[in-house]
Design a binder for this molecule. Structure first.
Ligand code: ADP
Ligand code: ZN
Ligand code: ZN
Length: 727
């Protein structure tokens, strides 16, 4: 009998789209799907992911004769066990189909860098462990003590042994009494004593719990204003799942912004917790990954990439702040964490809870249509919403007040400081420098076709609409009031705000948080902790301070440029501005003191502003859905955006036109070509498809890009299926 022969199908680590298929190799050794192998591909050594391995009933000669090309043997098997479970391979397949990314791009995105399929990624850090060898040696009493210490535990980290027995460890190894093995370094244990007990749920929370527990639905949308006790509901659901020995995944938008969630989980369960987010080093990620894979961690708190961790026995997925845009990955595979969470929930037969005070329109619409099971918490735990004061900037500026700190805001700040309570000042500055505002009537210049703000491209001195591609020179006179006073961007940043605050309140202690002050690792957390200890009176910053903060002493939130986003350049800008206003005002008055919010805006009558002032999500939802319907934007339609990136303007133009010509169908509209201007010396041209039949749109894009001639001609095409923004 000859050696057995196997036919192996594998995906090749190669970024080119047209190679997104499995290739056939031979092997004399059986390999399992999900393992990596090394193969020769056109003379290059590449890594392959095994998709399938079957014993061959034919001999190698017979196979070679039947094959149109020479079949090669795999060069090496790289893993002892599969890296990817069956579930994760199925998930990659689904991800590739829905996001139009290659399989290999999906694998790369799903695995931590240390093991992802790129040959040059470093190896995991290893540690020395010792165990007792099977030899007879004569030992000193102290050496014997060390030897027994190891034997009692089976195996011990060499470093640990040296700490306890500094003079014996090395000798025991040299004598051969202990043998050394290398193991991947493991994450430190993140369990801690249980210091918090479940709270007695109020009636609303209890009803929500029961509804979730008694229903057999898979996906729940828990809609509750900030401070309504959603987190407490998550924790109590999680507790029951942990009691059944199943795993819990809690997804949060950005780990740096939600240290409080980690603390609450840790204090409640005391379990070994895994934390997974993009700020971890490759090694740290790998360690956390191992912890989940080996089942050591029963609870994971993480950002969007945590949704790919190798859970074996998932019992609950919670996605907090489900509307947050950081859950969407913009580069390939352009997945949305929510979709992956729901996929995995279905696989593990576990419930998925989406929580938010301001659900995305998509999710809320699904909630109303009962695709998701909608549950609402109407009241704050302390039953006390903050009082919101509107400051109309057009009027106050006409009176000669500063557009940074108005008199109203200054007065409220003075009162708050006098009571020794704390203040948060939020500067809303979404793309402020790219819009033009008339100096006379304060109106932002809008696209005549889209009702979205035109974006000003300084270098070309052109106004462009990112939604329809119209472009024009900046007008001499304002199209709304006719004034020739000119246009301004009213740009001011956090530094200028800080200066204004210090001038008005020289004695106040101020912490400024922005990209500059938080560049160093952990700076963000340290600044927030200092504010939490009341080492400062005022915290000021951009969007990054609006989310998740829960400080009892904060009783005033000032929002500057509050409606800056409503005339922004994107179809979703009203939604994000509304979220921001609701989130930010939710920071005020979270404990026994009543909170206040001062909201400075240009257009106090805008529905975004009005709905935020009245904390009325449902009204906002209805108004915004009308706008989306009129413009046929999501959730009424689906979008696929295709961006051509090239150093060569001519090539970028040709490619975009080619795409536009070849992606035409009666099912959908093809919009563009939209020139997005240069970024890092690369020209960017976009077209997008808009229609109700997403599958058809995907199919057309996939078919076009699969053709070898097309792929070669187009160069770098970035595909975003269901983009969160067109900006
Ligand atoms: P959300 O997640 O909706 O913002 P939280 O769960 O953070 O709300 O609750 C807001 C505050 O109310 C927290 O300080 C929390 O400890 C407290 N809280 C929540 N539920 C209860 C309860 N049933 N009884 C007393 N306090 C509660
Ligand atoms: Zn004007
Ligand atoms: Zn337009």
């Amino acid at each position: 009998m000859e050696n057995p022969l196997y036919i192996v199908q594998c995906w090749i680590e190669h970024p080119v789209r047209r190679l997104d298929q499995t290739f056939t190799y031979l092997s004399t050794q059986e390999v399992q799907p999900g393992m990596r192998v090394q193969v020769d591909f056109n003379g290059r050594k590449l890594i392959g992911f095994v998709e399938d391995c079957q014993p061959s009933s034919q001999s190698e000669e017979e196979l070679q004769q039947a094959s149109p090309f020479e079949l090669k043997h795999i060069s090496a098997v790289l893993d002892r066990e599969p890296l990817l479970t069956d579930e994760l391979r199925q998930l990659a397949d689904w991800l590739s189909r829905t996001t139009l990314a290659t399989h290999i791009a999906c694998y790369q995105c799903m695995l931590p860098a240390k093991i992802k399929p790129v040959s040059h990624a470093g190896r995991a850090v290893q540690e020395r462990w010792v165990s007792c060898a099977d030899t007879e040696t004569s030992l000193t009493p102290r050496q014997l003590e060390a030897f027994l210490y190891v034997r009692q535990q089976g195996s011990v980290r060499y470093q640990e042994l040296r700490k306890h027995f500094p003079n014996q460890a090395k000798a025991l190894v040299d004598l051969g009494a202990l043998q050394v093995t290398l193991r991947d370094r493991e994450a430190e244990n993140l369990s801690s004593p249980i210091v918090s007990q479940p709270l007695q749920l109020n009636a609303e929370q209890q009803a929500a719990m029961q509804e979730i527990e008694q229903s057999s639905d898979a996906v729940y949308l828990l809609h509750g204003v900030t401070g309504s006790g959603k987190t407490e509901v998550y924790l109590q659901l999680a507790q029951k799942v942990l009691e059944q020995d199943r795993q819990v995944l809690i997804l949060v938008p950005e780990i740096g912004l939600t240290p409080q969630m980690i603390d609450r989980v840790r204090q409640r369960f005391g379990v070994d917790l895994a934390i997974y987010h993009s700020a971890l080093s490759a090694q740290e990620k790998y360690e956390q990954y191992r912890k989940v894979k080996t089942g050591r961690a029963s609870v994971v708190v993480g950002t969007r990439s945590a949704v790919f961790l190798p859970f074996t026995n998932l019992g609950l997925i919670v996605m907090d702040e489900e509307h947050d845009s950081s859950y969407k990955q913009e580069v390939q595979p352009s997945y949305h964490c929510r979709d992956v969470a729901i996929w995995r929930g279905a696989y593990h037969h576990c419930k998925v809870i989406l929580g938010s005070a301001t659900p995305s329109l998509e999710s809320y619409a699904r909630g109303l249509k009962q695709v998701y099971h909608l549950i609402t918490l109407k009241h704050r735990i302390n039953d006390c919403l903050p009082e919101i004061e509107l400051v109309p900037l057009k009027k106050t500026m006409a009176r000669g007040e500063s557009y940074i700190l108005t008199e109203t805001l200054k007065q409220r700040m003075a009162e708050t400081l006098a009571r020794q309570e704390q203040i948060i000042l939020l500067l809303n500055r979404r793309g402020y420098s790219t819009q033009l505002r008339c100096l006379a009537c304060k109106q932002v210049l809008l696209c005549p076709h889209c009702d979205l703000a035109l974006s000003y491209h300084r270098s070309e001195r052109l106004l462009k609409c990112h939604a329809c591609g119209s472009q024009m020179a900046a007008p001499k006179a304002c199209p709304y009031c006719g004034s020739t006073a000119g246009f301004s961007t009213y740009g001011f940043g956090t530094e200028k705000l800080e200066a204004a605050v210090k001038q008005a309140f020289p004695a106040a202690r101020v912490i400024r948080m922005d990209a500059d002050t938080t560049a160093r690792k952990d700076a963000h957390r340290k600044l927030l902790e200092a504010f939490g200890r009341h080492e400062a009176d005022i915290l000021l910053g951009t969007q990054m301070i609006s989310k998740g903060l829960d400080y009892p002493d904060v009783t005033l939130v000032g929002i500057l440029n509050g409606d800056d986003g409503v005339s922004h350049t994107d179809y979703r800008s009203c939604e994000t501005t509304f979220d921001l206003l609701m989130q930010a005002s939710g920071r005020s008055g979270r404990s026994e003191h009543r909170g206040r919010v001062v909201l400075q805006v240009f257009d106090p009558d805008h529905y975004v502003v009005q709905c935020a002032v009245h904390q009325n999500y449902d009204l906002f939802f209805r108004r915004e859905m009308q706008f989306r319907h009129a413009g046929q934007y999501p959730p009424y339609t689906y979008l696929i955006s295709l961006t051509i990136v090239s150093r060569d303007q001519k090539k970028a133009d040709q490619s975009a036109l080619f795409l536009k010509e070849h992606l035409q169908a009666s099912d959908y509209k093809t919009v563009g070509v939209i020139s997005l201007g240069r970024l890092q010396d690369r020209c960017r041209n976009r077209i997008f498809l808009k229609g109700k039949n997403l599958e058809r749109m995907r199919e057309d894009v996939r078919a076009l890009l699969k053709q070898p001639e097309t792929a070669a001609r187009l160069g770098d095409v970035r595909i975003d299926v269901e983009p969160m923004t067109l900006d």
